[in-house]
Design a binder for this molecule. Structure first.
Ligand code: NAX
Length: 333
C-alpha cells in the first residue's frame, strides 16, 4: 500500500473542520487507497476541544487514518506536509474595523507561510479557506518564497457550487447537469458569478445556460446577488456561517488538485495572477476558470468577455488590489 501522506487542517476545533475531517479521513479527497496522517492545528486554548475531535476520529475506526496529531505548535503542525488546508483565521468581532481584521490575519498567514517555508515539503499543496481568503493566501505565498506560488490557492469553490446549484434548481435539473460556471475575483460580495460559458444538460440536450434558463433578467440580477450574498443569508438563518457546504467545497477543490478536473470542464479557484490573463493585474490571488492535470492548474484562456462581465471582473479586481496594498503595508511593518 502507498506511504501515508501528511495533511494539515488548521482551525481544527472549528465548525468547518468538524464537517471536513471525516470526509478527508475516509478517503473522499486523496483517494480510497491513500493512507493519511492528519495533523490538527488550533490555538492553545482550543486544544481541549481538538482532543475531543481526535477521540471522535479514532472512534470512526477508519482504515485509511494512520495517525492523528493534535498540536498548537507550528514546528509540529507544518512538518513534512503534503497538503495544508488553512481554515483557521481571526474572525470578525463586533465593532472590529476591516483594517484591524486584515492586520490580525496578515500576522497569522505570515507566520503560517513562514512555517510552511521552514517545515513543509516543497511540493506541498496549500489551500487557504480562512477569510479574507484571497489576501490571506497571497500573504502565505509571499512568506514561503521557496515553495512555488502555483502551489497556493484559495477557496472559491463554495461560491462556484452555489452558482451551479442555483442554475440547476432554476432549470429543474440535477446539479451535475450544470458545468463550467465561473467565479471571478474575490471571495467576497464583489465576486462575479458568470454563466456566459456555462452549459446545462436538459433532458440529454446540452445548451448554454442563457438558453436553458430563458430569463436574462434573473441571470443578470437576482442570480448574481443570491450567490454573492449567500454566505450572509446562511448566517442570518442558521446564526452560524456555512460549514457543511464549505467542507464539501474544500473536498471538491482538493480532490481536483490531486486527481485533476474532468475532460472539457473547468472549476473556479483563487490562484496567483501573473498579469497575463483576462487583463487582471498581477500579484493578486484572483479566482479564475481553471483546469487541472497532473496536480498542475492552468487558467482557461480565450473565453469571450462582454462589457457586462468586464466591468464586474474589474470591480472585484480593484477590491483585491486595495486589500493587497493594505495587507502588504502590514506585512512590511
Ligand atoms: P470557527 O470560528 O468555527 O473556527 C475557526 C477555528 O480557527 C477556531 O477553532 C479558532 O480557534 C481557529 N483559529 C484561529 N486562529 C488560528 C490560528 N492562528 N491557527 C490555527 N487555528 C486558528 O470558524 P469556521 O466556521 O470553521 O470558519 C473558518 C474560516 O473559514 C473563517 O475565516 C470563515 O470566514 C472562513 N470561510 C471561508 C469560506 C470560503 O469560501 N473561502 C466559506 C466558509 C467560511 O465562511
Amino acid at each position: 500500500q502507498a506511504e501515508p501522506i501528511r495533511v494539515l487542517v488548521t482551525g481544527a476545533a472549528g465548525q468547518i473542520a468538524y464537517s471536513l475531517l471525516y470526509s478527508i479521513a475516509k478517503g473522499d479527497v486523496f483517494g480510497k487507497d491513500q493512507p493519511i496522517i492528519l495533523v490538527l492545528l488550533d490555538i492553545p486554548p482550543m486544544l481541549p476541544v481538538v482532543d475531543g475531535v481526535v477521540m471522535e476520529l479514532q472512534d470512526c475506526a477508519l482504515p485509511l487514518l494512520r495517525e492523528v496529531i493534535p498540536t498548537a505548535d507550528e514546528a509540529v503542525g507544518f512538518k513534512d506536509l503534503d497538503a495544508a488546508i488553512l481554515v483557521g483565521s481571526m474572525p470578525r468581532r463586533e465593532g472590529m474595523e476591516r483594517k484591524d481584521l486584515l492586520k490580525a490575519n496578515v500576522a497569522i498567514f505570515k507566520a503560517q507561510g513562514g512555517a510552511l517555508e521552514k517545515y513543509a515539503k516543497k511540493t506541498v499543496k496549500v489551500l487557504v479557506v480562512g477569510n479574507p481568503a484571497n489576501t490571506n493566501c497571497l500573504i502565505a505565498a509571499k512568506s514561503a518564497p521557496s515553495i512555488p506560488k502555483e502551489n497556493f490557492s484559495c477557496l472559491t469553490r463554495l461560491d462556484h457550487n452555489r452558482a451551479s446549484s442555483q442554475v440547476a434548481m432554476r432549470c429543474g435539473v440535477s446539479s451535475d447537469s450544470v458545468k463550467n460556471v465561473i467565479i471571478w475575483g474575490n471571495h467576497s460580495s464583489t465576486q462575479y458569478p458568470d454563466v456566459h460559458h456555462a452549459k446545462v444538460n436538459v433532458n440529454g440536450a446540452e445548451m448554454g445556460a442563457y438558453d436553458a434558463v430563458k430569463d436574462d433578467a434573473w441571470l443578470h440580477g437576482d442570480f448574481i446577488s443570491t450567490v454573492q450574498l449567500r454566505g450572509a443569508a446562511v448566517i442570518k438563518a442558521r446564526k452560524l456561517s456555512s460549514a457543511m457546504s464549505a467542507a464539501k467545497a474544500i473536498c471538491d477543490h482538493m480532490r481536483d488538485i490531486w486527481f485533476g478536473t474532468k475532460e472539457g470542464e473547468f472549476i473556479s479557484m483563487g490562484v496567483y495572477a501573473a498579469g497575463n490573463s483576462y487583463g487582471i493585474a498581477e500579484d493578486l490571488i484572483y479566482s479564475f476558470p481553471i483546469q487541472i492535470k497532473n496536480k498542475t492548474w492552468k487558467i482557461v484562456d480565450g473565453l469571450s468577455i462582454n462589457d457586462f462581465s468586464r466591468a464586474k471582473m474589474d470591480a472585484t479586481a480593484a477590491e483585491l488590489v486595495e486589500e493587497r496594498d493594505t495587507a502588504l503595508d502590514f506585512l512590511s511593518q
